[in-house]
Design a binder for this molecule. Structure first.
Ligand code: NAD
Length: 336
């Protein structure tokens, strides 16, 4: 069975080569991102393997179906970049890796909080420069602060567990509250109440039509002055222009991003010799209280090995049995 692996980086090649074993699967590693311009590279393959910034919209689904591709194997949890309905209409099966390491992402979110608060990124450069002054590095105790978690699925739950070590008051918003979290002291409140009371807000819900630009001017207007916002979920959860306005006015005191709404043209590439054309992204980088990482929250040895192993198992299972527990059906995605 031949699979075209789009958006291949060195870590993808290493992890998948280790995971292949005697699966009988043959991988073609391709560097380009999958989109309408590159979809022809999928010719001669039964499946494509894609990541977060590959574009699997209706046109790409149609082109793949015409080429005889039968399976889309996402090597990530989110499936917002795939037209699931169109895939079902064209008979393409979609599988994903629902959990490869919720710890990796939750720990990164916590890392962003600590780094922003104590300004590790600035302190590191200062000390290297022989500047041992502390002015401008004043932080706050995370202990006792109120942290709001939007989305208490696998990652949100692990994140809540990490925060308990800091004795934080934890508020949460999710359409499906977890009884286990409630028993551990997490208080489920409305989104408005979470915005109103939280010192730190961390996003762990998926990107859907409902959560697109969840953090907009209106939401920011209901937050505490100086709030810290962390997004390790998906870029479009945040309206970038609204957070720029919030940062300029001081309503937002800190912003930690591992994802960005237009990251597809930036992240995972070395653009250090190029002029960045995205003025909004460049503006975000000018704020001293903004810390951006390039979608690396998932990037641990454990997670990358899990991603590769689960992807290979998903494809094998679907081919051998005709079904796969990690399939993203229209029903699973939209409940209809
Ligand atoms: P999950 O499916 O286990 O949990 C998501 C939770 O969000 C669920 O409890 C769901 O009920 C809730 N939810 C859905 N819609 C909501 C809404 N409108 N408001 C509030 N809550 C809502 O997913 P997970 O494994 O915890 O992952 C969460 C997200 O993290 C993924 O969707 C993905 O976008 C992102 N992610 C990012 C990285 C990274 O490297 N930065 C890695 C993995 C996952």
């Amino acid at each position: 069975m031949k699979i075209a692996v789009f958006s291949t980086k060195q870590w993808v090649r290493s992890a998948f080569d280790r995971a292949l074993g005697n699966s009988g699967i043959e991988l073609t590693y391709l560097e380009p991102r999958l989109d309408a311009d590159t979809v022809s590279l999928a010719a001669g393959h039964e499946a494509v393997c894609v990541f977060v910034n590959d574009v699997v919209d209706g046109a790409v689904v149609d082109a793949m179906a015409d080429l005889g591709v039968t399976t889309v194997a996402l090597r990530c949890a989110g499936f917002n970049n795939v037209d699931i309905r169109r895939a079902a209409e064209r008979g393409l099966r979609v599988v994903r890796v629902p959990a490869y390491s919720p710890h990796a992402v939750a720990e990164h979110a916590l890392g962003l909080i600590l780094a922003l608060n104590r300004r590790y990124h600035r302190a590191y450069n200062r000390v290297r420069d022989g500047n041992f002054a502390l002015d401008g590095l004043l932080g706050f105790d995370v202990h006792g602060k109120t942290v709001g978690i939007v989305g208490t699925g696998k990652i949100g739950r692990v994140f809540a567990g990490l925060l308990r070590g800091f004795d934080c008051r934890i508020l949460a918003y999710d359409r499906y509250p977890s009884e286990e979290l409630q028993r551990s002291g997490v208080e489920y409140v409305t989104l408005q109440e979470l915005y109103r009371q939280s010192d730190i807000i961390s996003l762990h819900c998926p990107l859907t039509h409902e959560t697109y630009h969840l953090i907009n001017d209106y939401a920011i207007g209901s937050m505490k002055r100086g709030v810290m916002i962390i997004n390790t979920s998906r870029g479009p959860l945040i309206d970038s222009n609204a957070v720029i306005t919030g940062l300029k006015s001081g309503t937002i005191g800190y912003l930690g991003l591992d994802v960005y709404e237009e990251e597809g043209d930036l992240f995972f590439e070395d653009l250090s010799e190029q002029v960045i054309q995205d003025d909004t992204f460049v503006r975000l980088q000018t704020f001293p209280n903004v810390l951006i990482t390039a979608h690396q929250a998932f990037f641990t040895r454990e997670a990358t090995d899990n991603i590769a192993e689960t992807t290979i198992t998903n494809i094998r299972e679907l081919a051998d049995t005709g079904s796969c527990a990690n399939e993203v059906t229209v029903e699973a995605a939209f409940g209809a």
